[in-house]
Design a protein. Structure first.
Length: 94
């Protein structure tokens, strides 16, 4: 159930993330898996609101092969922006 929900959630975001990534001149199809790892990492409780540089040690542990790659960093940045938008929207709704 959780896996299906995460998959549906990503499918809802994927098109806009792909459009943004391609507009920067990058190949989303090639980088999507690593980009998504970065995006989802920024949403984890341990990383929320933190920059990738503030979380280097934990990201090295979770993703030793890709944590410092450009697609991961771009995904993390987009995930951080997404989290900030969601948090701001939730604060306005209260």
């Amino acid at each position: 159930m959780l896996f299906r929900s995460r998959k549906d959630w990503w499918l809802g975001l994927r098109d806009s993330e792909e459009e943004h990534y391609r507009a920067l001149g990058h190949n989303f199809e090639l980088d999507q898996d690593v980009f998504r790892c970065g995006f989802e990492s920024a949403l984890r409780r341990e990383c929320r609101g933190m920059t990738i540089d503030e979380e280097t040690d934990i990201l090295k542990w979770w993703y030793p092969d890709v944590w410092d790659s450009e697609p991961f960093r771009r995904g993390y940045g987009r995930g951080k922006e997404y989290w900030e938008r969601q948090a701001a929207a939730a604060a306005l709704a209260e």
